[in-house]
Design a protein around this ligand. Structure first.
Ligand code: ATP
Ligand code: MG
Length: 415
């Protein structure tokens, strides 16, 4: 064999063994978004580089370091690093602002960012997300968060932390930015290179820095005083308070994180992030917020908008972890006639079950049960004599004995 060409660093094949979970994620997205009145939109994988420079913002990591840009016929093109800019371009290009508000769109597909690959971080990865246009009121922000949570719940994910913050509007944020710069300025020479560059262009992003020495500086009392102050104006505060009230009414738990500023330049007012407690350091599964000036910045009419994007590889690893391919029951007994009868009864009742056909010792059967099933159903001599059955929960190792005729009800309830 000659040289073998391998898959590119930061990219992955999605194999037949994994496809079921991907189709599950896609199917649930279609279901959840359709039920909430969203239509799917599919925009091209590459766009004019300028779209992202203007749409994502030229002070962001994405535009500065992470874009796959190439030239064809003297045109600069870029593989989409995210899909909001593309959807907004399509929104404007097809005159969707003339439709009655809200215009609700969702998408799924591959995105490309040149970053250091690690667990939960690839160069070609997939996002599923939504954009809602035309609604200024915090109802839209609340719906975006609620739809995101509903989708995650439908996937079976519920150990989630929701963080929200308000970045204010261009006016009140300007005052905040200046105060922030004022208190950080004395330390400017001690900041990392990225922060030194962001200091003038996008001081809010300083709060997002992951470098320890920068974090220490931003933890200083005089800087924290500014960060924790309620800088947002009356209208922005009202918007944020109403959003919080809606979330309370919906029973959605959240925390306000004043350091949450998000990577993209276009957000105003609400930003949010959803984290899963079951992921390692790359634990953000969803990021989103309001971007009322983006449509105008890209040449369209003034149109308020909210949206979010989720990382599907991160959802995939959560689902994979959660996936439980085990049988419900494994019957452990040395009485083969009773076993066969019980197995037939279980399967007839829709309960997945198996047993040992080779008459192995009790302890061997139990070992096998622990490998392949969630519950061992033990039929020993005592149980058969008393018309009972012992149920061992193989995940917690607890055991109880119940009447034989209660078994089906018991198993139906745990499924
Ligand atoms: P991070 O801080 O993790 O880099 P981000 O702010 O760049 O996130 P967004 O642009 O908001 O992320 O994208 C939304 C979601 O897409 C993230 O929460 C994450 O789940 C996922 N995501 C972002 N970049 C990658 C990547 N390189 N590989 C896999 N998933 C990603
Ligand atoms: Mg990133």
């Amino acid at each position: 064999m000659g040289n073998i060409i391998k898959v590119q660093k930061g990219t992955k094949d999605i194999l037949p063994s994994e496809i079921e979970l991907w189709q599950f994620m896609e199917q649930k997205a279609l279901e959840v978004f359709s039920y909430a009145g969203y239509s799917e939109i599919r925009t091209p994988i590459f766009e004019a580089t300028e779209l992202f420079a203007r749409g994502v913002g030229d002070t962001t990591d994405i535009v500065n370091k992470e874009m796959y840009t190439f030239e064809k016929s003297e045109r600069s093109l870029t593989l989409r690093p995210e899909n909001t800019a593309g959807v907004v371009r399509a929104f404007i290009e097809h005159g969707m602002h003339r439709l009655s508000a809200p215009v609700k769109l969702w998408y799924k597909g591959p995105m490309f960012r040149y970053e250091r690959p690690q667990a939960g971080r690839q160069r070609q990865f997939h996002q599923v997300g939504m954009e809602m246009f035309g609604i200024e009121q915090p109802t839209a922000d609340a719906e975006a968060i609620a739809v995101a949570i509903r989708y995650l719940n439908m996937l079976g994910l519920d150990d989630l932390d929701v963080e929200i913050n308000s970045l204010g509007c261009s006016e009140c944020r300007e005052i905040f930015k200046n105060k922030l710069k004022e208190v950080i300025k004395p330390y400017i020479n001690q900041l990392c290179e990225d922060c030194q560059n962001r200091f003038e262009k996008n001081p809010l992003r300083l709060l997002d820095c992951k470098v320890e020495s920068c974090k220490e500086i931003y933890a200083k009392p005089e800087i924290q005083n500014v960060i924790q102050s309620n800088f947002i104006c009356k209208d922005c505060a009202k918007h944020f308070d109403t959003l919080k009230m809606y979330l309370d009414n919906l029973g959605i738990n959240y925390t306000v994180n004043k350091l949450l500023v998000r990577g993209l330049d276009y957000y105003n007012r609400t930003v949010f992030e959803i984290k899963s407690n079951n992921l390692g350091s790359q634990n953000a599964v969803c990021g989103g917020g309001r971007y009322d000036s983006l449509v105008r910045n890209l040449g369209g009419p003034d149109t308020p908008a909210v949206g979010f994007a989720m990382g599907m590889e991160r959802l995939f690893s959560l689902l994979e972890e959660q996936k439980n391919n085990k049988l419900t029951a494994y019957v452990v007994s040395t009485n083969i006639e009773e076993t066969i009868k019980l197995i037939a009864e279980l399967r007839n009742n829709g309960i997945s079950a198996d047993f040992d056909m080779t008459n192995k010792k009790f302890t061997k059967q139990l070992e096998k049960a622990a490998k392949v099933a969630n519950y061992a159903l033990i039929l020993g001599e005592d149980e058969i004599a008393n018309n009972t059955i012992s149920i061992k929960d193989l995940n917690t190792s607890t055991q109880q004995t119940i009447n034989r005729n209660e078994l089906n009800r018991f198993l139906q309830n745990i499924e």
